[in-house]
Design a protein around this ligand. Sequence first.
Ligand code: PGA
Length: 258
Amino acid sequence: MNKSVRKAIIAGNWKMNKTRPEAKELLEAIKPLVANAEGNVEVIACVPYTNLETAVNTVAGSNVKIGAENVHFEKSGAFTGEISADMLTEIGVEYVVIGHSERRQYFGETDETVNKRTKAALAGGLKPIVCVGELLWERETGITEEVIARQIKLDLYDVSAEDVKKVVIAYEPVWAIGTGKTATADQAEEVCAFIRATLAKLYDDATAQAVTIQYGGSMNAANAAELLSKENVDGGLIGGASLKAADFNTIVQAAING
Ligand code: PGA
């Protein structure tokens, strides 16, 4: 990470876990542990929709920010089951995960819908955490960079240079998510640096340098420090390990020291 030019961000992605009382308990445990991150590392918990209001109230007055796990691209209307950016910001939500591989894999998310959601989130005042990453067979056939470049170009299509600085990109190799198989620190650095080079081509070098690029995929208390020591790995999007306050805090402390 290079904190002199961009923000370091550790975000928990709780996925479909925790009821409201459980969410409150976990956030109450996390808050005091990560208080020393203030001004150094941004700490976020991305939680299920039903927990958002509880979560925002629980972290009020602390340095922990709250994110949602998806957002619809229309402002309102006949979209049964969907949630708009305005509904999220009204609660006090600041971030939103977009295009997570689980949504791409199980819920028909495409680069086109990721792009629409990203633009709607930005227009509505949310900071998107846009997820990209290759499948195992794509890595094995040597097309990781092609896949990532395509996702970055399509997902950020028509997003201005000013707006892209508000976007966080999470590089999450799909084969590393929830599998216990972490990309090595060198593999993570290689792709995060490639993402930055792609941004420099699409925008310019100063803009690319300002964008926070996280690694995600089985990042945990044991491997975080090494991953975060890499120049282009500016944080983490943490699934399983974000559900345990102590483990999540160890990752936050690694980012503070990184
Ligand atoms: P994991 O999930 O840390 O459990 O691998 C990461 C993610 O899906 O964001």
